[in-house]
Design a protein around this ligand. Structure first.
Ligand SMILES: CC(C)(COP(=O)(O)OP(=O)(O)OC[C@H]1O[C@@H](n2cnc3c(N)ncnc32)[C@H](O)[C@@H]1OP(=O)(O)O)[C@@H](O)C(=O)NCCC(=O)NCCS
Length: 124
């Protein structure tokens, strides 16, 4: 794992990802929760390929702006950049674009955990 690492993923907006469908709003536009999910998925995949078997990351913080609305069928691109590693905390800059226009951007933090221990701790 190294600061400066990047991953770019693409996705097409699906009918079940609109604000009206996920109940985060009334309109048939790409929802903010699904924008965040796309950002998290990109950062998660970037981190996961660098981790040992049995380890993973969980999202602990999201601070993003949703700047542009999108319709079903739009092709979006997300770039996750690992900006800082602080112990088990991984800081990412996440940016989603549509035809080179910024749809949303901000900071996302993930935390490295051992899968088995994490679940055992929750179950008690
Ligand atoms: C990640 C988690 C295990 C850390 O808990 P913990 O092991 O008890 O550790 P701590 O509470 O001491 O936190 C560890 C560090 O993360 C930081 N941290 C925890 N939650 C944070 C948050 N939401 N935002 C920023 N920093 C956070 C703490 O300040 C601490 O920082 P430090 O090491 O610099 O002091 C716990 O916060 C958690 O389970 N969060 C929920 C994650 C989740 O379920 N995500 C959805 C699934 S992917």
């Amino acid at each position: 794992m190294k600061e400066g690492m990047k991953l770019i993923l693409e996705k097409t907006v699906k009918a079940e990802e609109t604000a009206a469908k996920v109940a985060s709003g009334a309109l048939d536009v790409f929802s903010t929760p699904m924008l965040i999910a796309f950002m998290e998925n990109t950062a998660f995949n970037l981190a996961q390929k660098e981790l040992e078997d049995g380890d993973t990351t969980v999202g602990i913080s999201v601070n993003i702006k949703h700047l542009k609305a999108n319709l079903v069928g739009d092709l979006l691109k997300c770039e996750a950049l690992l900006t800082k590693i602080d112990g088990k905390k991984l800081f990412f800059n996440v940016k989603v674009t549509y035809n080179d226009e910024i749809v949303g951007d901000g900071e996302h933090i993930r935390y490295i955990v051992n899968e088995k221990k994490f679940i055992e701790k929750i179950r008690g």
